[in-house]
Design a protein around this ligand. Sequence first.
Ligand code: NAP
Length: 495
Amino acid sequence: MSPEPQYDAAVIGAGFGGMGAAIQLKRLGLDNLVILEREDDLGGTWHVNRYPGLAVDIPSSTYSYSFEPNPNWSRMYAPGAELKNYAERVADKYDLLRHMRFNTVVEGARWDEDNQFWIVNIADSESISAKYLLTATGFLSQPRMPDIPGIETFAGKVIHTTKWDDSYDLGGKKAAVIGTGATAVQLIPAIAPRLAELTVYQRTAIWVTPKQDVAIPRRVQKLYARVPLTQRIVRLIGSGILELLMISAVLHYRQAKFLNRAAEKAARKHMARQISDPELRRNLTPDYDFGCKRPTFSNDYYPTFVRKNVSLETTPISHIEPDGIVTEDGRKTVIDTLVLATGFNLWDVNFPAIEVIGRDDRNLGKWWRENRFQAYEGVAVPYFPNFLTLASPYSYSGLSYFTTIESQMKHMKRLFGEVGRRNASTFEVSAVANAEFLDRMTEHLKDSVFALGSCSTARSYYFNQHGEAAILRPTSTINAFREAGRFPLDAYTYA
Ligand code: NAP
């Protein structure tokens, strides 16, 4: 008789994704679970990112679990610290902390065919075994360090935005920020006033639209607490607007190009209102279609470039010297602080974030690279029994990470329910169901801005090494939820 695994389930990652999965497992009666987390606390992105200006850029009423509304958000777009507190409260309420093991770096996991369970290898510790394996390692969790020649020779302070050093005083410093993604858009206005000089190195401009942010008055918070339906209505309206923008302007570009153009126009007008210098405007204007790359919202990003102590540098960087950055035209800017807002590496190291070896020695990362990135309904892969991969190709609902998590929780409910009804020990998605899903997503993508728009200059992390924009699920959020609750049960085999 084969030995029993130590745990019903091992969840990798204690961010909102892993917490959602754990909540669902507990609801399904799988209480003997362990949550393995490489950081020293829970919260994922919202624990790791602590840079000045950090906030959500999806309205908080939408960017939270629908089953755990928080009436106390201080603003429509809550600051990052509130998200971290929210994660702690949810973990407390659902009694998740006792399952969490921090500072635990998972090196890999292997399906043990003889014993029909997963062996999870942990750095500097004993391996563990679990019947089910769920990876919730996030999409933006492997920081990208730019490979700029000479960067290692820089003698001043270097800070990546995911490793913010609160003890470092920016006052009076001459700093450079490399990168102009959503992180830089939040960071730059927050640090510029404190610095003596700031040079922003932009390789690719970003589309920025106005942010309709307001503080939420105490009386509204009280109303949300007393009548939760009111906050639900706000969530519904906010989500509807986002869905319209995301789905129609980006995914249904063929049918609704005018919406895409309207968003682009709104961003151009926003810039024109805030910057009068035509050359600066030209330099900050993207040369790719809206939505090819993740756009963002901000009211103080453009005005920051009008400040006397801030300059925008668009000449490519040649190399870095101990005391400054040299651009390709030979100009050197002397700095003492180098801030890397250079984002994350998704496609080389994050899919999957750990080595996962399934049945017949199939290596997930290798298989994805050789056979296109794919996962049935964004959660399951053939040859990987009892495994759900939650940060997967075609899983991300463009609306909000929380709608992604909750549709995955719904999928888990239906799947594990069937496993229970059949008294089965294993489940595995069929190759046919997986292939059909991939074909369907590929077909949907043909209508999107990624296929029909002008994206070649966007350098968008949505695209992988095969040239496919394989992160976002190219369907509506409603479709994702419907399928999560109704997918054909024979998409899986049970044994
Ligand atoms: P990002 O969007 O990938 O931006 C990284 C920036 O660094 C880009 O401008 C990139 O230029 C630049 N860069 C990278 N390597 C470089 C190099 N070697 N030389 C010059 N420039 C280089 O990363 P991010 O800004 O951290 O944002 C990532 C995602 O996090 C966002 O898209 C968003 O989904 C999420 N986010 C969310 C929030 C929120 O509030 N919810 C806030 C911040 C971030 P290229 O574009 O030319 O590659």
